[in-house]
Structure formats: structure tokens, C-alpha cells
Unconditional design. Structure first.
Length: 152
């Protein structure tokens, strides 16, 4: 697996990953284009062979925190550590830019993602009632999770 920075010609592959990875609430091509091409975003893709298998987009929130705006791995490539590798490399970017915290939101019923984030050192700091527009497994709630990356 190779992790590299996002290029504009990766967009269609990322749209396909979104559609495959999320049963509900996948970002549209317009939403993805907006976050991936934001001047302040940091976006990576994970490549297996000739296939983009996953991606991550990080956006600064304020002077101390950066947000993992989106991360997804194609289900065909699940269980290979791609999500963890993307998170680790994203967190390294966050640290190097001087941010003290990595923040993310996750659906409260997305047990596999929550489990990965907990293993990576994130903690649930807030329940977000009705955070999502569409229901997933009977809930629209989410969690905010935070990981302290530096002593700032």
C-alpha cells in the first residue's frame, strides 16, 4: 500500500468509495469536491496496486484543532489497516502544523469506526443528538471524538 497526497483525477474513485463505504449519508461529488479542493485541506489517498482503496480529508477548525472531515475505505479493502494508516499519517500532518487536537464526528451506531478510533487513542467527548440528517441503524445521533496530539 502507498499513501500519497490527493490529486484532482482521484475524485471519481473517491466518490465510488463513498458510495460503497456508507450505507446512508455518503458525501455527494459536489461536497467531496468542496472539501478536497479547499485551500486549507490536507487530503490523502491509499493506493493498493492501481486502485484507490481509501482516503482522508483533514481541515483546520481553529488555532488548536484540526478536523478529520472525512475518511473512508472501500469495503473490498477492509481489515488491512488502511484506515489506521490514513489516520496515522493525517495525525502526523496535524502535529507538524502545530495543532494540539484531532477532532472527528462519527455515527453512534458505527461500531467498527468507533472501535478503531478508540484504539488510536480518541475519546468520546460529546453525544450529538440528531447530528445526521439520515438515520443509520435506527439513529441519527453521533459522537464527537477527540485525541490530544501535543502538550500545547
Amino acid at each position: 500500500m502507498i499513501i500519497r497526497e490527493y490529486r484532482q483525477d482521484d475524485l471519481e474513485a473517491i466518490v465510488r468509495i463513498e458510495e460503497r463505504a456508507f450505507e446512508v449519508g455518503a458525501y455527494t461529488i459536489h461536497m467531496l469536491r468542496t472539501i478536497l479542493h479547499d485551500k486549507d485541506s490536507y487530503s490523502l489517498v491509499a493506493v493498493e496496486g492501481d486502485t484507490i482503496a481509501g482516503y482522508i480529508v483533514i481541515l483546520p477548525l481553529d488555532h488548536v484543532s484540526a478536523d478529520v472531515e472525512s475518511i473512508a475505505v472501500d469495503p473490498d479493502f477492509g481489515g488491512r489497516g488502511i484506515g489506521k494508516a490514513l489516520m496515522n499519517q493525517g495525525e502526523e500532518w496535524i502535529r507538524k502544523r502545530g495543532y494540539a487536537y484531532s477532532v472527528l464526528e462519527v455515527r453512534d451506531r458505527n461500531e467498527s469506526a468507533i472501535g478503531m478510533y478508540l484504539k488510536l487513542g480518541y475519546r468520546i467527548t460529546e453525544k450529538l443528538p440528531d447530528y445526521y440528517e439520515l438515520e443509520y441503524r435506527g439513529s441519527r445521533d453521533g459522537y464527537r471524538m477527540i485525541k490530544k496530539l501535543s502538550s500545547q
